[in-house]
Design a protein around this ligand. Structure first.
Ligand code: TXA
Ligand code: MG
Length: 330
């Protein structure tokens, strides 16, 4: 059931559920999460089972504040601390060396742990209320089934997991794509997943060059957010430039159906059965809408999704990454 996230009674009900080892749908500023007490391996196992996610793919642990890091991380390098000070609470996840013995299930057996302090007021209220009841952190991957589109509204979460799950409604997610993930266990920061935060800002704050995954000598363990084919809508997604889109629509003419288009360029189609949606010109707004747009296209049961390739500049890194993955699994 969906409960209003801003009501104290909802937070109390959610903490009761977590304490009993149950899962809760959690709003964050990025996407909705499927949360369990990170200290309860049985509950965390329930996340993997519900998502259909392989058990060695680690989950992000959410903490109430920067002090929460000490419960899970064995060490915080100076550049990682600067990132925490600058970007938390916010859409940034840091991979840190794990304190031995804690959050084994959430870490998927790895010697490291992913930590994030979300900025959403409902997430914060739940984390603070949980902390008061001895829950040091919430393990929460995105609340979608494995390989599917991340949810950005409470209704999306209910659509994925049904009505039995308690979902706190925190409205539509502001950021709309998952957090930026930086591995801080390799001496220098390594970007594992781009998000809303601009890489040049990360480098300024860390006072270090941000390495890419490809520059690592020892490759990262394969994990869902880093798999190429991920974030897949049911329909086949193709990235095209504005000219290709125009030509394609012209060729199809009035016969075009079962196709949806998301583009910044103004386009027209002779078909009334074609879904045309305008992609915002601004990267942050496009990110905010991305997953809901793809989900909407799937709900309309189109067979093909044509998306205009986003601009190449850093502001669009996160959106370009998600679209490239969605196209790769087509
Ligand atoms: O914005 C977000 O990060 C959302 C919200 C709910 O906080 N969560 C999210 O979780 O996207 P999930 O499980 O869908 O993605 C977690 C990513 C995975 O790609 C996983 O590989 C990476 O985090 N990750 C977690 N712990 C890790 C670790 N110890 N080492 C390497 N990667 C890790
Ligand atoms: Mg995910």
């Amino acid at each position: 059931m969906i409960l209003p996230g801003d009501a104290p009674a909802s937070i109390a009900a959610a903490v009761d559920a977590l304490t009993a080892g149950q899962l809760v749908g959690l709003p964050t500023e990025t996407v909705y999460g499927l949360a369990a007490d990170a200290g309860n391996d049985t509950a965390v196992h329930g996340i993997y089972a519900a998502k259909g996610r392989p058990a060695d793919h680690p989950l992000i642990v959410h903490v109430a504040d920067a002090q929460g890091v000490a419960a899970f991380a064995a060490d915080v390098p100076a550049f990682a601390q600067r990132l925490i000070d600058a970007f938390w609470p916010g859409p940034l996840t840091l991979i840190l060396p794990r304190r031995p013995g804690v959050a084994n299930g959430a870490a998927g057996g790895h010697a490291t742990i992913g930590l994030r302090c979300p900025a959403h007021p409902v997430a914060h209220a739940l984390l603070a209320a949980g902390a008061a009841r001895g829950i040091a952190g919430l393990a929460a991957p995105s609340a979608n089934r494995f390989g599917r589109i991340s949810p950005t509204t409470a209704a999306h979460v209910a659509q994925e997991f049904g009505d039995d799950l308690l979902v706190l409604d925190g409205g539509a997610c502001q950021v709309g794509i998952e957090s930026t993930i930086i591995d801080c266990t390799r001496g220098a920061p390594v970007l594992l997943r781009p998000g809303q935060i601009d890489r040049t800002r990360i480098e300024q704050v860390a006072r270090a060059r941000l390495l890419s995954k490809e520059e690592l000598s020892e490759p990262d363990p394969q994990a869902p957010g880093t798999l190429l084919a991920h974030y897949a809508p049911r329909a086949k997604l193709r990235l095209m430039n504005a000219r290709e889109l125009r030509t394609g629509l012209e060729l199809l003419g009035a016969d075009a159906k079962n196709i949806a288009v998301w583009a910044r360029a103004p386009l027209k189609s002779a078909s009334s059965q074609l879904i045309l949606r305008r992609m915002p010109d601004d990267a942050d707004t496009a990110a905010q809408q991305l997953f809901a747009v793809l989900r909407g296209f799937d709900d309309a049961q189109v067979k093909l999704i044509w998306v205009e390739t986003p601009p190449g500049d850093a502001a669009w890194d996160g959106v370009r990454d998600r679209l490239a993955r969605a196209a790769a699994s087509a």
